[in-house]
Design a protein around this ligand. Structure first.
Ligand code: P1T
Length: 381
């Protein structure tokens, strides 16, 4: 089955054995009658499993070319489940260019439980070897990174991880499985904030994990059930509905992302534009190799280069809404330094490029000319 068919049918052979409904019923139930203890139709209690959630999980496994998936109450809850694979003394190698909430979870929660995090620069990734020691257990990467749009070579990192028997987890939120499938490139775990492109309509907070190894799936399922950060059935239904149009939405996000990136680049008031589709983007070749297109996220700075100029521009936008989050059908604009990445110390975030003047756009699927015109008027045209 090709990807554009999988979004609609993947993992969803028989969603309703009772009435053959085309969409899965929303099983709004906590529990299921048992004939005798342990004798039931596959579901005993909705933390452990729910039929609506099961359809979504099977769909996710299919989209990412994995074998098992688990859904969680948020993207961060999904990341939290991966970290629970670790024990005190274990070490994690990750990059300094990360979603601020992920950084906060690592440094403000798990570091207190005796897990050590090494935040390395992207250009040190090729020398990942030198950060590996016997305690290293996990490599965590995002690609494209939030919000600097750096691209990490998943295949190259996975080769090193495999050699040292480390787990490689890839946050695939920005790319989605439409653009890139990390398990095929050697990753062990794919994570999504399904809140973003998978849900696609800015109406659900959710996270997912996908794996292709039975034992890893067993361990993560144990954590999902034992810790209990599961999503409700209504939300699973909504994300599943979102997934059914993922391929069409992503195609338009990519087209509009390209139009916006080009228009910004050609504007005299704009200084730097971060978008991996530019042939002079430092990781353009890697992006071309591992992604089908370049996505709908674009970050930039204006020539004035101050927080005031960034905030002034953000306030002048009419179609783009000033808001956290991304990946919905509507265009959003954000100020990473004070919003999504405020939990990263200034010095550290500025080292990765998240300066006070940076603006991040989640380019929606409205008319591309309207979006470009909105940016132009906010830039003072
Ligand atoms: O918000 P939540 O569903 O818990 O997902 C966290 C998360 C994880 N990974 C990446 C790459 C993310 O971008 C996010 C959430 N990001 C935002 C809310 C944002 O505006 O960047």
């Amino acid at each position: 089955m090709k990807f554009n068919t999988k979004t609609i049918h993947g993992g969803q052979k028989e969603v309703d054995p009772a009435y053959n409904s085309v969409m899965p019923p929303i099983y709004q139930t906590t529990t299921y009658k048992q004939v005798s203890p342990g004798e039931h139709k596959g579901f005993a209690y909705s933390r452990s499993g729910n039929p609506t959630r099961a359809v979504l999980e099977q769909s996710m496994a299919s989209l990412e070319n994995g074998t098992h998936a688990m859904a969680f109450g948020s993207g961060l809850a999904a990341i939290d489940a991966v970290l629970k694979l670790l024990i005190p003394g274990d070490e994690v190698i990750t990059t300094s260019d990360l979603y601020g909430g992920t950084y906060r979870l690592f440094t403000r929660i798990y570091a207190h439980f005796g897990i050590k995090f090494h935040f390395i620069d992207l250009d040190q990734l090729a020398e990942l070897n030198q950060f590996i020691n016997p305690n290293t257990k996990l490599v965590w990467i995002e690609t494209p990174t939030n919000p600097m749009m750096n691209i990490i070579d998943i295949e190259a990192v996975s080769k090193i991880s495999k050699k040292h028997q480390l787990l490689l987890a890839v946050d695939n939120t920005f790319a989605t499985p439409y653009l890139q499938q990390p398990l095929d490139l050697g990753a062990d775990i794919v994570m999504h904030s399904a809140t973003k492109y998978l849900g696609g309509h800015s109406d659900v907070v959710m996270g997912t994990l996908v794996v292709k190894d039975q034992e890893l799936a067993r361990r993560l399922y144990f954590i999902q059930n034992a810790s209990g950060a599961i999503p409700g059935p209504q939300d699973c239904f909504l994300v599943l509905r979102g997934i059914k149009t993922l391929h069409v939405r992503m195609q338009r996000h990519c087209e509009n992302g390209r139009a916006v990136a080009m228009a910004l680049r050609n504007h005299p008031q704009v200084d730097k534009v971060y978008w991996p589709g530019f042939s002079d983007h430092p990781h353009h070749e890697v992006a071309k190799k591992q992604m089908k297109d370049f996505g709908g996220m674009v970050s930039f700075t204006t020539v004035e280069g101050t927080q005031e100029s960034a905030l002034k521009m953000l306030k002048s936008l009419k179609i783009f809404s000033l808001a956290e989050s991304l990946g919905g059908i509507e265009s959003l604009a954000g100020h990473p330094a004070t919003m999504t990445h405020a939990s990263i110390p200034k010095e550290e975030r500025e080292r990765t490029g998240v300066v006070d003047a940076l603006i991040r756009l989640s380019v929606g699927i409205e008319d591309d000319q309207d979006l470009v015109n909105d940016l132009h008027q906010a830039l003072g045209d």
